[in-house]
Design a protein around this ligand. Structure first.
Ligand code: SDX
Length: 426
């Protein structure tokens, strides 16, 4: 017997199905609301609106739970690798050895990007923000691979384009970084792990410290997916028009760039550096974050869904100490971050609003210890989130329920306006 929700309106009483997910989340299915009642819903920022059903990631903001395909993030961060997690997200289960080898070979088979893309990257100013370059280069790939522009890709083509995007994004990120420091790109070394090869592509080092590769694996695992966040929603919206995967991923990169989303990790480091320059007095910055007349926000704090703690922040904070210790890095910004967090968690303003450190609060400190420049931090977020975007895009285009995204609105503008000749306008 399907449970229903009753809606009493001026023009009648209506019932709509209630659906329940495998983690006991409940939703009122309003897909027939307008047809039956003439009403639409209004939900600024989609804070209460489910855009889809999905089998990929589950998170519980109150309990601080995050699972990829049912596996807790804590277990994956401890036992898995970024490439294995990428396979899990995209294909729905952990790979056996044969499947994993095929996946890795599929990615390693694409160990370069077209010279045209490298030439485009080299045309950008050295001080350009890497996210703009990444977005342009990723959608630029569509010009070189027309075979993936079809609306309904075959299963083989979907596998190939997913492998290709995972392989080529890493190369593009590193190529622009090297251009920004006046150096040419280096060739991918497919004997290395994905993360070790990325560090090789960035810094042209053969022997990558295993501690560095492991730290990067953990960070990219923690960033790999996060259900219907702003950038994943963007990937789905663009993909819902049957735009190609290059366009969908490029749009996701653009959404992630914002300081309220993935751009926060760069903003956190800039905030910590400002506090450091200012003598380390983080209480002044807390006061600014609480001041309604000041647009400053405590970057890396707060979350739309996590109203208790972000499980990823807990893991990264712990990893900070381990990685900096292993690398012999003593970063004063880590102590400032810890002091800021401790102070904020005692402050009624943050406690009442359930504002806790999120994934972006500590991640930049590790990236900095790995030698990655601050303006590349959001690119690192994109690199980690790519498998999640691809998994969401694949789930969308394979869904029988897929429809082009087209929300409604409530019009509040002028009614029956007249056209007045320009000579008579005030
Ligand atoms: C990510 O969605 C995802 O899953 C995202 C992400 C992922 O993996 O994809 O987890 C990654 O984007 C993490 C978030 C990174 N952004 C930041 O760290 C930027 C700083 N944080 C905020 O701007 C804010 O907390 C958001 C954007 C993250 C969430 O904003 P909401 O849910 O829209 O909440 P809100 O802006 O309505 O804030 C509620 C109240 C407001 O105060 P009041 O009007 O009630 O008095 O809390 C205040 C806000 O002013 N507030 C903050 C604050 N965050 C919220 N005040 C000071 N500093 C902050 N950081």
């Amino acid at each position: 017997m399907t449970k229903t929700a009753k809606l009493i309106l001026e023009n009648g009483t209506f019932e709509f199905p209630v659906i329940e997910g495998t983690e006991q989340e409940k939703a009122v299915d309003i897909s027939k609301l307008r047809a039956q009642t003439g009403y639409v819903t209004l939900d600024n920022g989609y804070m209460n609106t489910g855009a889809c059903t999905s089998n990929i990631t589950f998170l519980d903001g109150e309990k601080g739970i995050l699972k990829y395909r049912g596996i807790p993030i804590e277990v994956l961060a401890e036992k898995s690798t970024f490439m294995e997690v990428a396979y899990l997200l995209i294909n729905g289960k952990l790979p056996n050895e044969k499947q994993f080898l095929e996946f890795r070979n599929g990615i390693n088979d694409v160990s370069k990007v077209p010279d045209g893309i490298i030439n485009i990257i080299k045309q950008f100013p050295k001080d350009a923000h890497p996210m703009g370059v990444l977005s342009a280069a990723m959608v630029g790939l569509s010009a070189f691979y027309p075979e993936y522009l079809d609306a309904d890709l075959t299963p083989e083509k979907k596998v190939k384009v997913i492998n290709q995007l995972i392989a080529q994004m890493r190369i593009i990120c590193a190529a622009f970084y090297r251009h920004s420091i006046g150096k040419n790109p280096v060739k991918s070394d497919t004997k290395l792990s994905y993360c070790a090869d990325f560090m090789h592509l960035m810094f042209d080092k053969g022997n990558i410290d295993p501690a560095v590769a492991q730290a990067l694996d953990i960070l990219l695992i923690l960033h790999a997916d996060h259900e219907q966040n702003c950038s994943s929603t963007t990937v789905r919206v663009v993909g819902s028009s049957q735009a190609n995967p290059f366009a969908s991923i490029s749009a996701g990169i653009d959404a992630l760039w914002g300081p309220l989303h993935g751009g926060a990790n760069q903003a956190v480091l800039e905030m910590l550096e400002a506090i450091h320059q200012d003598g380390g007095d983080f209480k002044k910055f807390l006061a600014r974050a609480k001041d309604k007349n000041d647009t400053f926000r405590l970057m890396g704090f707060g979350h739309r869904v996590y109203k208790n703690f972000d499980p990823r922040a807990k893991i990264i904070k712990k990893a900070c100490d381990t990685v900096l210790d292993k690398l012999g890095v003593d970063d004063p910004l880590l102590e400032i971050a810890k002091g800021l967090e401790a102070e904020a968690l005692k402050d009624p303003y943050f406690v009442e609003r359930k504002l806790y450190p999120n994934v972006d609060f500590y991640s930049g400190i590790i990236y900095r210890a790995l030698g990655i420049p601050t303006n590349m931090f959001t690119v690192m977020f994109a690199l980690g989130r790519l498998p999640g975007w691809l998994a969401q895009w694949k789930e969308l285009i394979e869904s029988d329920a897929m429809k082009i995204a087209r929300p409604r609105q409530i019009y509040t503008g002028d009614v029956n306006s007249e056209y007045v000749d320009i000579k008579k306008r005030k």
